[in-house]
Ligand binder design. Structure first.
Ligand SMILES: [Zn+2]
Length: 837
C-alpha cells in the first residue's frame, strides 16, 4: 500500500452520525448515474448471518472522497475493492470513507463484501421483509442512504427453495441447486433507498388479471375461506386505483409489474415499495362481519399505497422534511378514489372530526410546529411525524385545491409529475408550478400555512352585515388566506356564504342573524372566537342546527371555547345532556360523548364530579338503552364505563362484567371485559384484587393476557405497588411493548390517582430523551400525553416548568413535544391561579 494513501485515509474526518443534510447535499451534487448490484444469501434460520455483496457504480467529474453509509460494526465489512484490488478506507460513525486517491473521473465501481445487518430486514422464523423508511437501508447494506440519490438496483437473492420471493423488479431468472434457489431480478427504474425492497419466505401467491395487467398477492393466511372471500375485492380495489390514477395523472403505471405482500403484524398500514407494496394483513383480509368502517379503511389503504406509486415513488421528495407532501397527496387521492363508493358515509363530517380536533390539539399549543420543518439529520426524521403532518396538512391541501380549482390542481399535478419523473422535487417546486398557474395566490398562501406554525384567531361581529376579522396570536402579523363556508342562521332559515378571506377582514351580507359559524361548512381553520349571540345559541339549542356537518363544526368550536375559558365544563355537559338524545348522526354522537368524558375528568373541578355523577350516569344508561345499533350502543357504554363513579353505577358495571347482567343488542368481547375490570379496579370497588385476578385467568388470548399482566400493577390501590409499576419503565426491556407501557402509564396518572401520582411527573419527563432515542416515532409524544393528561393541578404544572428551567439544553423538538402534551395542564393551572384572590 502506498504511504500517501495510508496518510490520506488516516486523516479522514467523520461527517457525523446518521445522515447529516450537509453530507447528503454534497453527495447529491457530485454523484451521478448511481447503480447498485446487490446479492444477499438468505439462510433458512432466522439467526444465521446474511452474507452479502454489492457493486456500487457511479460517475464522478473528478476524483473525490466518497462516503458510504453502513450502520454496523466494522467487522461486518469483509472486503472493499476497486478493480478487484483491496482499497484502504476509514470507518467512522457508521460511514465507509474512501479517499479521493481511490477514485477517478468517470465511472467508479466499488465492490463490497459484507454481512447484512438485521435491523431493517424484519427476520421472522419463516419469512423476512425489508422496511427501510426513512433511512434504514444502510443498516442492511452500504449505500448512499438519502432520497435524493436515486439509483437503479439489480438484485440477486439466494433463498431456501421452499420460499417465495418478490422485489421491486420483475423476476428474470432462477436456478435451483439442492435446497437453495438463486433468483435474479431485472434492473429497476431509479429508486430512492427507502423504497428498495424485497420480501421472501413461506407465502401463498394468488394471481389475477385485471385490465390486461397481472397482479400478484403474497400472503400467509391459512383460512382458505377467508382468502376466497377477500381475494377478488382486494385485486379489484388495486386495479380500480391504478386506472383512476393513470387517468388523473395522465402517466401510465411507472413500475412494470405489480406485486403486494400481506405481512402479519406489519408496523404500518402499508408501505409503498415500488412494484412490491407491503400491507398489514389484517387490514386487507377482513372477516365476514367487517364493518363499513373496516371496508372503507381497506379501500383507503390500498388506494393510498397505490397513489404513492406516482406521488412519492415516481417523484420523490429531495429530503425528508417534505415527507408530508407524499403522505398528504396519497391520502388526498385515496379519498377521491374511494369516497364515492361509500355514499352512506358523510365524508365531509368524517374529514372534519378526524382532522380538525387532532390538528388543533397541537396547533393551539406553544409546542406547535410548521408543516414544513427543518431537518438537519435523517436520524431525527422520526420526530417530524405527528398531528401537524397527518391532520393539519390534509386541511391545508384541500384549501390549495380550492385555490387552483379541481381541474387546475389536477393539471398542476400532471405538470409536476411529468417534469420530475424518476427524480426529486421539493414543496417549493410544486408551489412554483401552481403559482405560475394562479399568479399571486399560492406563494403567500404557502408561506402562512406551510412554513409557519400556529393558526389564525378569527372573531365575528354581527350587525347589518357580519364582519370576520383575523389576527395572529403569535404577534407576527401573519395573514392566513383561506376559503370559508360561513353558515348564518335566522328563525326558520339558514344560509351558507362562500368567502375568500385574503386579508385581515371579510364582510358577509348577513343582517342580524341568530348565529354565525365561520367554519359552518367545515372548511375554515383557526380559533373561531364566537360572538356572544352565537355562543348563547349553541349552548341553548345547538341541536336545532339541521345540517350534521354544521352541528359537528359547532361542537368543535364549543370545545375550543371551553379551553379558552369562555364556556365552563358544567355548561358543556348541560348542553351535551340536552343535545345527545336528539343527535341523529353517529359520528357526532361519538364526538359529543368524547367531549363529555374529557370535560368530566379534565375540566370539571373534582367536587362537581361527585355531584354530577348520578345524573350523568342516568343519561348515559338511557342513551345506551335507546341506541338503535350495536356500534352506537358500544359508544354509549364505553362513555358510561369511563365516567361511572356512584356505588350503584359501579355495582351495575360489576354485574355486567360478571356476566350477570345482559345488555340487549350489545355483546362484549375479551378486550371489553378487560377494560371493565381495569376500570373497576381503578375505582377500588370492594374485591378489586379478585376482579383483576379473575380477569387475568379468564383471558384466553395469550397476547392480551400478557398485556393485562403488565398493566395490572398500575391499577393497584397500594401506592407502593404503583411506584414499582412506574419504576419498571426506566428499563428499556420493559418498554418493548409501547402500547402496554402507555396504557399502564395512563392508569397510573388517571385523574382519580393524580394527587398521588404527581411525584411520577418529573421522573417521566426525565425519561423523555431516552424514550426518544430508543422508542418508535410516536412514542415520545404519546408517553407525555399518557403522563400529563390526567393532571390539572398547579403543582403538576410547576413540575413541568421546573423541568424546563432545569433543562435549557433540551432539544427544540422535545421541548415541542412537552409543550403540546402539557398544554391543557398549563392552561387549567393558569385558570386556577387566576381564580385565586
Ligand atoms: Zn403513505
Amino acid at each position: 500500500m502506498h504511504p500517501a494513501l495510508l496518510l490520506a485515509a488516516a486523516a479522514a474526518l467523520s461527517p457525523g452520525r446518521g445522515i447529516p443534510e450537509t453530507l447528503a447535499t454534497d453527495r447529491a451534487a457530485h454523484i451521478r448515474g448511481l447503480r447498485y448490484d446487490l446479492t444477499f444469501h438468505i439462510p433458512e434460520a432466522k439467526s444465521a448471518p446474511i452474507h452479502a455483496s454489492e457493486t456500487v457504480r457511479f460517475d464522478l467529474a473528478a476524483p473525490r472522497q466518497v462516503i458510504l453509509d453502513f450502520e454496523q460494526k466494522r467487522a461486518l465489512i469483509l472486503a472493499v475493492k476497486i478493480g478487484g484490488k483491496t482499497v484502504p478506507f476509514d470507518f467512522l460513525d457508521g460511514h465507509i470513507i474512501l479517499p479521493a486517491a481511490a477514485t477517478h473521473a468517470g465511472e467508479n465501481a466499488i465492490e463490497i463484501e459484507f454481512v447484512a445487518g438485521d435491523e431493517s430486514l424484519n427476520r421472522n422464523p419463516e419469512f423476512l421483509y425489508t422496511l427501510s423508511v426513512p433511512a434504514r437501508a444502510h443498516y442492511a447494506f452500504p449505500c448512499f442512504d438519502q432520497p435524493s440519490l436515486k439509483a437503479r438496483y439489480t438484485l440477486t437473492l439466494d433463498i431456501p427453495s421452499a420460499w417465495q420471493v418478490t422485489a421491486n423488479g420483475a423476476e428474470t431468472g432462477r436456478r435451483s441447486a439442492g435446497d437453495r434457489t438463486t433468483v435474479k431480478f431485472a434492473e429497476t427504474k431509479p429508486l430512492p433507498t427507502y423504497l428498495f425492497a424485497f420480501a421472501a419466505g413461506k407465502f401463498q401467491v394468488e394471481t389475477a388479471e385485471r385490465n390486461g395487467r397481472t397482479f400478484r398477492m403474497f400472503h400467509r393466511e391459512t383460512d382458505a375461506a377467508k382468502v376466497a372471500r377477500n381475494r377478488d375485492a382486494i385485486f379489484d380495489l388495486h386495479a380500480r386505483a391504478v386506472s383512476w390514477l393513470e387517468d388523473y395523472t395522465a402517466i401510465p403505471y411507472p413500475w412494470g409489474k405489480f406485486d403486494f405482500v400481506l405481512i402479519p403484524s406489519f408496523q404500518f398500514g402499508g408501505m409503498e415499495h415500488a412494484g412490491a407494496i407491503l400491507y398489514n394483513a389484517s387490514g386487507l383480509m377482513l372477516d365476514a362481519s367487517a364493518t363499513q368502517n373496516q371496508l372503507l379503511g381497506r379501500a383507503s389503504v390500498i388506494s393510498h399505497e397505490t397513489a404513492h406509486m406516482w406521488f412519492g415513488d415516481l417523484v420523490t421528495m429531495r429530503w425528508f422534511n417534505d415527507v408530508w407532501m407524499k403522505e398528504v397527496m396519497a391520502n388526498f387521492m385515496a379519498a377521491k378514489i374511494v369516497n364515492p363508493s361509500f355514499p352512506e358515509i358523510n365524508h365531509d363530517l368524517r374529514f372534519l372530526l378526524s382532522h380538525y380536533p387532532a390538528a388543533y390539539d397541537v396547533d393551539r399549543t406553544a409546542g406547535s410546529n410548521p408543516i414544513r420543518q427543518q431537518l438537519s439529520n435523517l436520524d431525527e426524521a422520526g420526530s417530524l411525524y405527528g398531528a401537524i403532518i397527518y391532520d393539519k396538512a390534509p386541511i391545508v391541501m384541500r384549501q390549495l385545491e380550492m385555490i387552483a380549482g379541481e381541474r387546475g390542481f389536477r393539471d398542476g399535478m400532471r405538470d409536476y409529475l411529468k417534469r420530475y419523473s424518476f427524480g426529486n422535487a421539493t414543496w417549493v417546486d410544486l408551489v412554483n408550478i401552481l403559482e405560475a398557474r394562479n399568479p399571486g395566490q399560492v406563494a403567500n398562501w404557502s408561506h402562512a400555512w406551510v412554513d409557519q406554525r400556529g393558526r389564525p384567531e378569527i372573531t365575528t361581529t354581527l350587525g347589518d352585515d357580519v364582519t370576520l376579522t383575523q389576527h395572529d396570536p403569535l404577534g407576527r402579523n401573519l395573514i392566513w388566506p383561506q376559503r370559508l363556508k360561513v353558515t348564518a342562521g335566522w328563525p326558520g332559515r339558514v344560509q351558507h356564504f362562500d368567502v375568500a378571506m385574503n386579508g385581515a377582514t371579510a364582510k358577509i351580507p348577513a343582517a342580524n342573524p341568530l348565529y354565525v359559524l365561520p367554519n359552518g361548512g367545515g372548511l375554515g381553520y383557526g380559533l373561531f372566537q364566537l360572538d356572544p349571540a352565537t355562543l348563547r345559541y349553541l349552548l341553548d339549542q345547538v341541536e336545532d342546527i339541521a345540517d350534521p356537518l354544521t352541528r359537528g363544526a359547532a361542537w368543535v368550536d364549543l370545545w375550543e371555547e371551553l379551553l379558552e375559558g369562555r364556556v365552563s365544563a358544567a355548561q358543556l355537559l348541560d348542553t351535551a345532556a340536552r343535545a345527545l338524545p336528539q343527535e341523529p348522526d353517529e359520528q357526532n354522537t361519538q364526538r359529543i360523548l368524547t367531549d363529555v368524558v374529557r370535560s368530566f375528568w379534565h375540566e370539571l373541578p373534582p367536587d362537581q364530579r361527585t355531584a354530577r355523577a348520578p345524573e350523568l350516569e342516568r343519561q348515559l344508561r338511557a342513551g345506551l338503552a335507546g341506541a338503535p345499533t350495536a356500534s352506537r350502543k358500544s359508544s354509549w357504554f364505553n362513555a358510561y364505563r369511563d365516567v361511572v363513579l356512584t356505588p350503584d353505577g359501579l355495582a351495575w358495571l360489576e354485574r355486567v362484567w360478571r356476566r350477570d347482567e345482559k345488555i340487549d343488542g350489545l355483546t362484549f368481547a375479551e378486550p371489553d371485559e378487560i377494560d371493565m375490570a381495569l376500570n373497576l379496579a381503578l375505582r377500588e370497588v370492594a374485591g378489586w384484587q379478585q376482579i383483576l385476578t379473575a380477569q387475568r385467568d379468564r383471558t384466553q388470548n395469550p397476547d392480551r393476557k400478557a398485556r393485562f399482566e403488565f398493566v395490572m400493577p398500575s391499577l393497584s390501590a397500594d401506592p407502593a405497588v404503583r411506584e414499582q409499576s412506574f419504576e419498571r419503565f426506566r428499563t428499556l426491556a420493559n418498554r418493548q411493548h409501547e402500547a402496554w407501557v402507555l396504557e399502564a402509564e395512563r392508569y397510573l396518572n388517571h385523574p382519580l390517582r393524580a394527587p398521588e401520582s404527581r411525584r411520577f411527573v418529573r421522573p417521566a419527563l426525565d425519561l423523555l430523551p431516552e424514550i426518544q432515542r430508543t422508542g418508535d416515532i410516536f412514542f415520545p409524544k404519546r408517553w407525555m400525553d399518557a403522563t400529563l393528561s390526567g393532571h390539572r393541578s398547579p403543582e403538576a404544572a410547576a413540575e413541568v416548568r421546573q423541568y424546563f428551567a432545569a433543562h435549557p439544553e433540551l432539544p427544540e423538538r422535545l421541548r415541542w413535544v412537552v409543550l403540546s402534551a402539557a398544554d391543557d395542564l398549563l392552561r387549567s393551572a393558569a385558570r386556577a391561579t387566576a381564580r385565586k384572590p
